[in-house]
Design a protein around this ligand. Structure first.
Ligand SMILES: NC(=O)C1=CN([C@@H]2O[C@H](COP(=O)(O)OP(=O)(O)OC[C@H]3O[C@@H](n4cnc5c(N)ncnc54)[C@H](OP(=O)(O)O)[C@@H]3O)[C@@H](O)[C@H]2O)C=CC1
Ligand SMILES: O=C(CO)[C@H](O)[C@H](O)COP(=O)(O)O
Length: 517
């Protein structure tokens, strides 16, 4: 037995307790052990505990000691840990997180123990939890992105909460995080158990007070929704307007993946399109039902954008695209009643020209989706008093996470060059890129519209761009309408903005009054 700070514990005690051994939890646990941590594990389902013990046995050297210790209760888990305890949880967002926290309190967790929530929790829940569990233990959060492979070999991590807790957790999270090449921004990857990447810049940085990290992860997911939807729209245009096969479209994505669109999402899209159905030997994508699921983070982003008044229409339209996809039966019925334009027969040369334009359309739309995400974070940070470092946020998204892409290096440079950048579109590099490619972007959307193929997110991205660069929007008429029916007042272009006016619309003379408040 050792004695540290008056606490007795076993030399073989575990460094970390892990609760929730599902898709993410089991892989995060194996990632931790690859980095030399001894982990005590618990899940409500004991089969999952046994399975992780088997996994450890199969991956560790035959003559080495187990790196994972299985537990059958919260009390047993606490008893296996070095003090002060560090416990990581990966359970479904919502009630299960509080269920775990309450059981840890019942099991005798201490005030200086740390519980780190890694699930996709709603950021306001994390804020409430820190307050609720104060004095019982330190509630900390680190949002995780990267899916199961990321969890296993290096995810992107967005930690936030008590700064003292961060000093204790930082070495653990930076060890298990994905690593990016500092100059190129490209992910440094190894998918071999027991041989983790140790060089490069870790994709984990302290985001701020509790809630900030989960907010940033929520926006990451909102961007993820938009990015995925934009790729799906280009696939749709190629499939229905250009009559291309999944294999042809995959080949186009493979080519794009070598250029400015290089990203994990383009890569996996090509792979999905190439996959044949094991049952029918047809392209798998053709037998997957076109009804998209969603767990809530895209919706939360859209709701937050509406609440803080940040224009994030490409993200929001991606959420709506999932909603309309779920109306499968109605769409099938409507397809037999509602008409669209006649199909156009393109020559091979015309098709190739359209494909070139589509690449640029996707790129410009993607820039706008990211611009909206960063703008939303900036507006939320102002509202909640967070000091978000956007260059650092872009850096931790370069590897490990679902939206990892070479162009995040350019985003991080944009914010390094100008910390006060009001919008990504105003960065000289991105402004120039859109200037160069916008004609192809506009032509692609026009072509899709003429062919009757919906591209709501691409259209909304272009509208965002055009709205953002328009000095005088038609909101002047809108203000007039509001004042007409509801005396909601208006400001004048020729008077100080603080002054408000109302026109007496029902008075035949229509006098204007200056509103004194
Ligand atoms: N899958 C992904 O790609 C990503 C998921 N996330 C988030 O990570 C979290 C975990 O996701 P994922 O691994 O996919 O989910 P899973 O459903 O695969 O795993 C959750 C695990 O937690 C267990 N569990 C639930 N409640 C408790 C409890 N009170 N005590 C102990 N164990 C419990 C579940 O057991 P049982 O099944 O018996 O209920 C299950 O084994 C979620 O918040 C998710 O949103 C984040 C990033 C990516
Ligand atoms: O967080 C993630 C990756 O970053 C998850 O994959 C996310 O839960 C997927 O969301 P949805 O099921 O709503 O598509």
């Amino acid at each position: 037995m050792q004695n540290e700070g008056g606490i007795q514990h076993d030399a073989q005690a575990c460094d970390i307790g892990f609760i929730g051994l599902g898709v993410m939890g089991s892989n995060l646990t194996m990632n931790l052990v690859d980095h030399g941590y001894r982990v005590a594990c618990f899940d409500l389902d004991q089969l999952k505990v046994e399975s992780i013990l088997d996994k450890d046995a199969s991956e560790r050297a035959a003559d080495s000691a187990p790196r994972v210790v299985g537990c059958s209760s919260y009390t047993e888990l606490l008893s296996k840990l070095k003090a002060p305890h560090l416990i990581i949880i990966s359970v479904p967002a919502g009630n299960p997180v509080d269920h775990v926290c309450h059981h840890l309190i019942d099991a005798g967790i201490h005030a200086d123990d740390i519980v780190v929530d890694t699930g996709n929790s709603l950021w306001t829940d994390s804020v409430a939890r820190e307050a609720e569990y104060k004095g019982k233990f330190i509630f900390f959060s680190t949002a995780v992105s990267g899916g199961e492979v990321g969890a296993r070999f290096g995810p992107s991590l967005m930690p936030s909460g008590n700064p003292y807790a961060w000093t204790r957790i930082e070495p653990v999270l930076k060890a298990i995080a994905a690593k990016a090449h500092p100059e190129t921004g490209k992910p440094l990857e190894s998918f071999i158990p027991g041989q983790p990447i140790t060089e490069g810049e870790p994709c984990a940085t302290y985001i701020g007070p509790i809630g900030a990290g989960h907010y940033v992860k929520m926006v990451h997911n909102g961007i993820e929704y938009a990015d995925m939807q934009l790729i799906c729209e280009t696939y749709h245009i190629m499939r229905d307007a250009l009559a291309m096969t999944p294999a042809d479209i995959a080949a186009v994505f493979r080519t794009w993946n070598k250029g400015k669109l290089n990203s994990y999402l383009i890569e996996i899209s090509a792979e999905v399109l190439e996959q044949l159905d094991p049952e029918t030997n047809q392209p798998l994508v053709d037998v997957i039902l076109d009804r998209a699921g969603q767990k809530g983070t895209g919706l939360w982003t859209a709701v937050s954008a509406l609440e803080v008044g940040s224009p994030a229409q490409t993200i929001t339209s991606a959420v709506f695209a999932r909603s309309i996809s779920s109306l499968k039966e109605e769409r099938v019925a409507a397809s037999e009643v509602l008409s669209g334009p006649d199909a156009v027969d393109y020559t091979e040369d015309e098709k190739q020209a359209i494909i070139v334009k589509l690449e640029h359309a996707l790129y410009c739309s993607k820039i706008c989706a990211y611009a909206q995400g960063f703008q939303l974070m900036a507006m939320a940070a102002k509202e909640h008093g967070w000091n978000l470092e956007f260059g650092e946020i872009a850096k931790i998204w370069r590897a490990g996470c679902i939206i990892r892409a070479v162009f995040l290096q350019s985003i991080s440079k944009a914010y390094e060059n100008n910390e006060e950048l009001p919008n990504l579109l105003m960065d000289p590099f991105f402004a120039e890129q859109i200037t160069q490619y916008q004609s192809h972007w506009r032509q692609s959307i026009a072509q899709a519209t003429l062919a009757g193929v919906p591209c709501p997110s691409m259209m909304s991205a272009l509208s965002y761009y055009d709205s953002y660069r328009t000095a005088v929007l038609p909101a002047n008429l809108l203000q007039g309408q509001r004042d007409y029916f509801g005396a909601h007042t208006y400001q004048r272009v020729d008077k100080p903005a603080a002054k408000k006016y109302h026109l007496e619309w029902s008075d035949p003379g229509r006098p204007q009054t200056s509103i004194k408040r």
